[in-house]
Design a binder for this molecule. Structure first.
Ligand code: KG4
Ligand code: ZN
Length: 341
């Protein structure tokens, strides 16, 4: 079965061809440069850019997979959550393709797709469920920070999420206060590698709370007050590196501590992570250390699959088809606020 999946929920236009668990192609066109000058994703610009890029990206995914549209057996697209006008581009295009070719169409939850991206790996990338274990999945990006208990394939329960800013937002907003370009996460990661994480003390919000929720806006505010009181730090390269390392260490400690605590409480010995912030080298290293210490299995999404991509959408759609799920109706609409249960 050949399936064409697309993802246009935020600022990545992506199309992927999946055949029997293998990712034949996964083309991603990022709009980061477009939004950088505004310091964040501008929804209307994102939608227009998706419209411009969508067909070339889909065409390229088909060409790389070496198949033509008439060989496609099913279509899938992100249905939500996401920016409404951005979601509409991919969702309506795939619904229309399915209508024209009389094939089934599946609307997929973006976060459910993130839960399975850590299981896609190899060359060519394949969804490998042979080693699947019940897991605690950390989804951590610019828009979301959540912990999910994945009890079995296609069975999950959201344990908690952020009550204000996402972890990626905290990286980006803290970086902006330091004068770094948007998105600041990758630059903080780079600078932190040469900094002292113990140089400055920042709060670890909610770290001692027994629940699985997160809060990062207070941490960002403490960076603001810190820089108000110590503006001279920005004049000193090493102190900026120390500041980046200290802020990053605070974010990572909260993420790792709460993820591991949830696993212990639920008797789960496998951790997975995905989303843009999972690219962070410090987070990857600390999750590796913590899991190694406890003898847990760790599955981190490959870097290219941490950020938004259509391969993860297609992999979930394929699982739904194999499980006998009914296709989405052609009258279905996008669901921008679709919260994972
Ligand atoms: O998943 P993603 O591409 O988009 C959504 O937000 O949905 O994630 C982007 C976020 C941004 O906040 C960016 O700063 C952060 O991921 N990010 C990083 C790193 N790479 C991307 N944060 C910390 N370290 C990184 N290496
Ligand atoms: Zn995402």
């Amino acid at each position: 079965m050949n399936l064409l999946a697309v993802e246009t929920s935020c600022d990545e236009t992506s199309a992927a061809v999946i055949r029997d668990g293998t990712v034949l192609s996964n083309v991603v066109s990022s709009q980061i440069k477009l939004h950088a000058e505004y310091g964040g994703v501008v929804p209307e610009l994102a939608a227009r850019e998706h419209l411009r890029n969508f067909l070339p990206v889909a065409e390229s995914a088909l060409a790389k997979a070496n198949i033509s549209a008439k060989d496609l057996d099913a279509f899938a697209a992100t249905q939500g959550p996401g920016l409404p006008t951005a979601l509409l581009v991919g969702f309506k295009a795939m619904q229309s393709a399915a209508f024209a070719l009389r094939k089934p169409f599946f609307g997929i939850n973006h976060h459910e797709a993130h839960l399975y991206s850590p299981w896609i790996f190899g060359t060519p990338p394949r969804a490998d469920y042979g080693s699947f274990q019940p897991n605690i999945s950390l989804i951590v990006s610019g828009g979301h920070t959540m912990l999910v208990f994945v009890k079995a394939r296609m069975r999950h329960k959201v344990l908690g999420g952020t009550i204000d800013d996402a972890a990626g937002e905290c990286f980006d907003k803290s970086g902006k206060l330091m004068g770094l370009a948007y998105p600041a996460g990758p630059e903080i990661d780079r600078l932190a590698a040469q900094g002292n994480p113990d140089a400055y003390d920042f709060p670890r919000p909610l770290i001692h709370d027994a629940n699985d929720d997160f809060s990062f806006s207070g941490l960002k505010t403490s960076v603001r007050y810190f820089l108000r009181d110590h503006p001279e730090i920005l004049e000193n390269g090493q102190k900026v590196r120390d500041l980046c390392a200290s802020v990053q260490a605070a974010i990572i400690e909260v993420l790792v501590t709460k993820t591991l605590r949830a696993a212990k409480r639920l008797g789960v010995t496998c951790i997975t992570a995905s989303g843009g912030v999972t690219c962070n080298r410090g987070l990857r290293r600390e999750l590796e250390r913590a899991c190694h210490r406890r003898g847990y299995t760790l599955r981190l999404a490959e870097r290219s699959l941490c950020t938004d991509n259509a391969a993860m959408i297609g992999i979930v759609a394929e699982q739904k088809i194999l499980a006998g799920a009914a296709p989405s109706g052609l009258n279905e609409e996008i669901n921008p606020g679709w919260a994972l249960a």
